[in-house]
Design a protein around this ligand. Sequence first.
Ligand code: FAD
Length: 506
Amino acid sequence: MSAPPIRKIVIVGGGTAGWMAAAALSKVLGAMPGLAITLIESEAIGTVGVGEATIPQIVHFNKLLGINEAEFMRETHATYKLGIEFVDWTHLGHSYVHPFGQYGIDMLGIEFHHFWLKGLALGDATALDAYSIGAMAGKAGRFYWPETGNPNSPLSRLAYAFQFDAGRYARFLRRRAEEAGVTRVEGRVTQVEQHPESGFVTRVALENGTQVDGELFIDCSGFRSLLLGQTLGVPFLDWSKWLPCDRAVAIPCTKRETGAEDQPLTRSTARKAGWQWRIPLQHRVGNGHVYASAFMCEDEATETLLAHLDGTPLASPNHIRFTGGHRTRVWDKNVVALGLAGGFLEPLESTAIHLVQSGIARLLAYFPSTAFTPVEIDRFNAETAQDYLDIRDFLVLHYKATARDDSEFWNYCRTLEPPDGLKAKLEMFRSSGRIVREHNELFTETSWLSVMACQGIVAGDHHPAAALLPDDEVLRRLSHVRGVIASAVSQMPTQDQFLASIGGAI
Ligand code: FAD
């Protein structure tokens, strides 16, 4: 006989993670009779207050919730993002775009970059950016939706994400979740009760005396990790050795007054002991400096940010501490952690909100009955751990693949022995120019190629099929692709024009 279904879900925390979970669960499970979803949050504690850039998967999340994109853009003051511009990472004075979407055009099943590599060997040194419609449109300040149904269009190789005000996004989702029946409880959780034998969490008690019972608890309490870390004592796997950045200072600013339009790109500029983000929204610009406290003190980090601010500060500096890594079991007993409560890898590739999204999708796939079958929980944890590992290796690549030797921090990163997965990818690319995407990992061949090739990892060879194509034909095709992309970009509207045309401008 099957175990009774879960009837009471309690979400602790109302940041981006909590409200994403509430909105998605109420959308997917809300119609089930007898299911109650409660979200507890404390305005006094507040949220982490950063987290504005995303990756293309969020477009699907919004679609799942039935969100109208124009309304979303207006309400969250969002802009589009076609990739990340990395400045000074390879060496001082260098920049490139890690674009979403794909490079080039379809080359009969052989990855485009092998033809680019052959072109390089023949002396055509055109940078990869010229072969990406996302990179070129981003740099030109232009935007249009991808044409996914038309493989002949260069726009079919485009993908996009958003940059938004995370506080507004949480409120936007809250409205939808409450409309779908989620009950919000305001207050600070001060006590957690557990079953005396199983250790399962049974109830949380708030400062004001309110008690909330549950069968499944979703810990979205941020870095506090109130249920998973503090109550159940699940240890944290510390990856600071690989990811030494452990502090951030953030300052939102006004938009520049020149009237210049923003590019639909996040910018990451490498600094002496870390890097600085610039995230343009419709109403303001997010600026922040992520740094390694072992190599730079808080005062110097703040001065560095203030010296490179884009716009006039709208608030005083927000200082944040974190450790790269994750809880060894993101699901333990009847507690599943989403967001910062489960782990955090620094924001270089804007993956945290995506990990919330993938955690929700996985929770729905393995949604438990009251039996809480261990084999399913183990599977959930193994898959989540693999996600973190894959992303970690991709992040480490950015620090490892550099010629910078102008500070202790960069010397540490450049000479660090890479983790095994990254080492294998580097060896493969160095020997044959091939990129192997393991087990459907988050970052695609485009991403790995972009960072490896643009940050100075040299491919020793290219695919034999590219070698078979006559040299002048390869050069002709490369020139053709550049022309097609440049022409398509020139016909796209600017981001501001596009936002106005869909009714997404504030
Ligand atoms: P929080 O926002 O901290 O929310 C925690 C919630 O729990 C709050 O509502 C709080 O009130 C509640 N709470 C805590 N304790 C209690 C209690 N005892 N009782 C009741 N309620 C409680 N992600 C991206 O995807 N893109 C980015 O560009 C990005 N940039 C980042 C930059 C930095 C410097 C940092 C640190 C993170 C960044 N992130 C980014 C991550 C992103 O901010 C978070 O993943 C996301 O906001 C989710 O946070 P959260 O909801 O888990 O935690």
